[in-house]
Structures are given as structure tokens and as C-alpha cells.
Design a protein around this ligand. Structure first.
Ligand code: DXP
Length: 254
């Protein structure tokens, strides 16, 4: 089970809700993924046009935990304002802190991210923080009290998969809070690999919403996260330079 703050989840796949080709496909993909945590950008919520379909209105909120994020914020103050708005809507008291510091790479601003995380912790939020794969920053965020750290596998929407497995491994080894690998996953093998490294969960969006068949990819991601976790728990064999026979040399038929 994945535990974040005081909540536990059977699924270790967290799904983003942006950029699907249609509302129907979005609904089906969410369903097939069996994700229990759905993230959405508070600033992009459809609260203005009652005629437009709105996933949040259709969801069985007993089945899903909503994880609002502060996408669009460039400063801690903006992120805090967005988080308060999400809390006021009574959808959830969890918040994903996401403060972009560079428009080209969409990498997070470490200083504003730390500041916002601390302010929101003081206000009683359950804070999950999107961060780069910086090992020291991840440790300092945990020391500040965040409930989960969310290092990127690679830039948001790039689909490059895990570009720095060593840093992810260091973060995973040092962390006492869940490590959710967030952003950059491109294929099921990327998700499985990150889970095999020991990540506690994966948050992804584009790999599913932008896939040729998003519903099929949602299923693939569900299975990949599960198989990666099983493989991690089972314990992989050590890598060796040279071959080792896989059947014994003894008791051979002459
Ligand atoms: C940090 C961030 O915004 C990510 O959560 C994003 O929503 C998902 O990234 P991908 O679209 O690359 O999966």
C-alpha cells in the first residue's frame, strides 16, 4: 500500500487529467488505469462554462482522491493562493506544489518550491512537492516536513523516461517519505524501470493522454507500475560482467 500523509492507496499510479483528445477517452483512461489519485491544475479547472463536460463533476469522489496542483504558479505566493483556492472548494486538503522556474525546460524553481512547501505545511496542507532530481533538495524538502517528494524522471511532457537513474536511486535510498516519480515518463517500460529502482509511485499524464490509444496505454501503465513494484520487492539478481550457467554442472547424464 502507498501511504501519503494519513491516507493509504492500493494503486501506485497517479494520473494527470490534462490534454486528453476527448472527455470520453479521458473518463475511460482514468477508469482503466485504476489510479486512485487524480491530479488536476486548479487554474485550468472548468468552473466557468456549465455546458462543457467536467470530469470532476462526473467522478465518484468516494473512489478517487483529488490532488490539485499549483501549475501555472511562478512564485511561492502564487502557489499558496492557488492552494488556498483548492482547499476552499473542499475537494481535498492535499496539494501538489509545482512552481516552474524555466519556461523552456519546465524545471521547478527550487527556492520558490521550498518556500511554498513550508508555507503550505504551516497552513496544515498535506504537501506533495514536485522537484527536480536534485538529491540535496529532496532531502531538505523532507526535513521541512513535506509528505512526499516528486522528482522528475525527465522534463514534463518530454517522454524521455528516466534520464538520471543514479540521482533517483540516491533520492529513493535517503527518503523516509514516499518518492513519487513525476513527469517525463514516455512508455510503460519507463514506469516499470522507475518502480524497479524503488520509487513508491509514478505520476504521469502525457504518456497516456498523448498516446495513439490512451485507454490502452492507461492499462499498460497500470500493469507496468504493478510489475515494476513486484520486481523491486522480489529483489533483482546482481548484474555480473561474465556469464554464469543457469543449470547446475553436477548430476549430468553421461
Ligand atoms: C510536474 C507536472 O506537471 C507533471 O505532473 C505532469 O503533469 C506530468 O508530466 P508528464 O506529462 O510528463 O507525465
Amino acid at each position: 500500500m502507498l501511504q501519503i500523509g494519513d491516507k493509504t492507496f492500493a494503486s501506485r499510479l497517479l494520473l494527470g487529467t490534462g490534454k486528453y483528445p476527448s472527455f470520453q477517452v479521458q473518463k475511460e483512461a482514468v477508469n482503466v488505469s485504476e489510479a486512485e489519485i487524480l491530479t488536476f491544475a486548479v487554474r485550468r479547472m472548468n468552473i466557468f462554462d456549465a455546458k462543457e463536460p467536467n470530469l470532476l463533476e462526473e467522478l465518484d469522489l468516494k473512489k478517487y482522491t483529488l490532488l490539485p496542483n499549483t501549475a501555472g504558479a511562478k512564485t511561492a505566493e502564487e502557489a499558496v493562493r492557488i492552494a488556498r483556492l483548492a482547499k476552499a472548494s473542499e475537494l481535498c486538503d492535499m496539494i501538489k506544489v509545482e512552481i516552474i522556474g524555466c519556461d523552456k525546460t519546465l524545471l521547478p524553481d527550487p527556492f520558490e518550491t521550498m518556500k511554498a512547501s513550508k508555507l503550505l505545511l504551516e497552513e496544515g496542507f498535506t504537501v506533495l512537492t514536485y522537484t527536480s532530481d536534485d538529491v540535496v533538495l529532496a532531502r531538505q524538502l523532507e526535513e521541512a516536513g513535506v509528505h512526499a517528494v516528486m522528482p522528475g524522471a525527465s522534463p514534463i511532457g518530454s517522454g524521455q523516461g528516466v534520464v538520471n537513474p543514479l540521482n533517483l536511486q540516491f533520492i529513493i535510498e535517503q527518503s523516509n517519505v514516499p518518492v513519487i516519480v513525476d513527469a517525463g515518463i514516455g512508455a510503460a517500460s519507463d514506469a516499470s524501470y522507475a518502480m524497479e529502482l524503488g520509487a513508491d509511485g509514478i505520476l504521469l499524464n502525457t504518456a497516456v493522454s498523448g498516446a495513439g490509444d490512451p485507454v490502452k496505454m492507461a492499462k499498460a501503465m497500470k500493469l507496468a507500475v504493478e510489475s515494476g513494484r513486484l520486481s523491486y520487492e522480489a529483489g533483482r539478481i546482481p548484474k555480473k560482467t561474465y556469464a554464469t550457467k543457469s543449470s547446475p554442472d553436477t548430476a549430468m547424464i553421461e
